[in-house]
Design a binder for this molecule. Structure first.
Ligand code: SAH
Length: 368
């Protein structure tokens, strides 16, 4: 049985939500700024420590609200500096969050759902099935907890400079909570990350992508993985609902307009499946006219996976075709393999799988 919470979790609110919350209890909007600073900049989760709030307000907050954070179950460190946390959310469910340090940045890879309903054939999260969406607090809580954990490790006191919504789940199928959490990431009084440093990665939920453009201008990564519908239907079954042509039209639309930037296309390199020079040439044709960068991801195996990773010369040949056509292409370094923290290896623990039903709803055109 899940614990029921009768108190409001302040992590569930972005600035607008906090202002509405304080208005409701008869407080001024600037309280939102104070709370954001305490929670996210100073890492404080105890109202008693929030000394610029009056004693009366602190007492009131203690009665009706809390700062409810995910709990760390395990913490693992890779030889290459990558860290992975398994976080418990409610009874039986947990998700994984990964920190990837590089010379010029520190990237946190954040999960958006418990499990995933999309069933991409090369992804280990798909094997877990789907349980539920994460709340806003559970998404932003991953940053809070990772920040705190790293502060306590003086040996490598690293900072989160970038966030990628590339952990477990499909962020656009948890639209409102993900947008709110990204608002907090970008809020100057919270984490203050620029829109260039917050990236949402999607398998291509087209209507939600169009909606995203209306409410946010975060950077976009699209998991393409195949240059034609026949192959993409197999690898990313969501393609049967939103085929490549529709997806790329939505991408073109997302990239258009003032201050918009390129879109990163992710492409997992699967030996003998999608990695020939002919596939690369098809991709070049497909991406004509779209401000695109390509990210080639060496396939990371997991138990029961039936694919192999393309070998290095094949990946390099593939990259060369794209580069010669003028598409900036980067082969992603595989990090954290020794702790199963690489792309597509995040598992967590998912209870009460409803994968079949979820998938049926999705494919039958259920609302997203
Ligand atoms: N649902 C979102 C975000 C999660 S997956 C999406 O599809 O984009 C993050 C990235 O890891 C995606 O590009 C995904 O296709 C890739 N990925 C999944 N499994 C992988 C694996 N086994 N090896 C390499 N990359 C993988």
């Amino acid at each position: 049985m899940d614990k029921t919470h009768d108190k409001v979790n302040l992590l569930d609110f972005d600035r607008a939500g906090l202002e509405a919350f304080f208005a409701e209890i008869g407080e001024k909007p600037f309280r939102a700024t104070q709370i954001l600073k305490w929670i996210y900049q100073f890492g404080v989760d105890d109202f008693d420590e929030m000394t610029n709030l009056s004693k009366a307000l602190r007492e009131k907050l203690k009665e009706i609200a809390e700062v409810r954070l995910p709990e760390i179950v395990t913490e693992q460190y890779s030889a290459d500096g990558t860290s992975k946390w398994l976080l418990r959310l409610d009874s039986g469910n947990s998700v994984e969050t990964v920190f990837i340090p590089e010379d010029d940045r520190g990237t946190l890879c954040v999960s958006s759902q418990i499990g995933c309903a999309l069933e991409c054939s090369f992804c280990s999260t798909a094997q877990q099935g789907f349980n539920r969406n994460l709340t806003t607090g559970e998404i932003i809580g991953q940053l809070w907890v990772a920040n705190r954990a790293m502060e306590n490790r003086p040996r490598d006191n690293r900072k989160i400079s970038n966030v990628v919504m590339m952990g477990m789940g499909e962020p656009l199928l948890n639209f409102d909570n993900v947008v709110r959490a990204m608002n907090i990431m970008m809020d100057d009084n919270a984490y203050g990350l620029s829109k260039r440093r917050v990236t949402l990665s999607t398998a291509g939920v087209v209507p939600a992508l169009m909606r995203l453009k209306q409410v946010s201008d975060v950077s976009l990564a699209v998991s393409l993985h195949a240059p034609n519908d026949e192959l993409r239907n197999e690898l990313v079954p969501l393609n049967r609902k939103y085929p490549i042509k529709e997806l790329l039209e939505a991408c073109r639309e997302y990239a258009s307009g003032e201050g918009r930037r390129h879109i990163t296309f992710e492409y997992v390199m699967l030996d003998g499946i999608n990695d020939s020079p002919e596939h690369a040439r098809q991709l070049v044709k497909l991406l004509k006219g779209i401000p695109a960068k390509m990210n080639l991801i060496p396939f990371n195996p997991f138990p029961q996976s039936s694919y192999q990773c393309s070998d290095r010369p094949t990946i390099d040949r593939f990259r060369d075709v794209l580069m010669k056509a003028g598409i900036v292409t980067v082969t992603r370094k595989t990090r954290g393999e020794d702790i199963d923290a690489a792309c597509g290896q995040l598992a967590g623990k998912v209870k009460d799988k409803t994968k079949r039903t979820q998938r049926k709803i999705l494919m039958a055109g259920g609302s997203v």
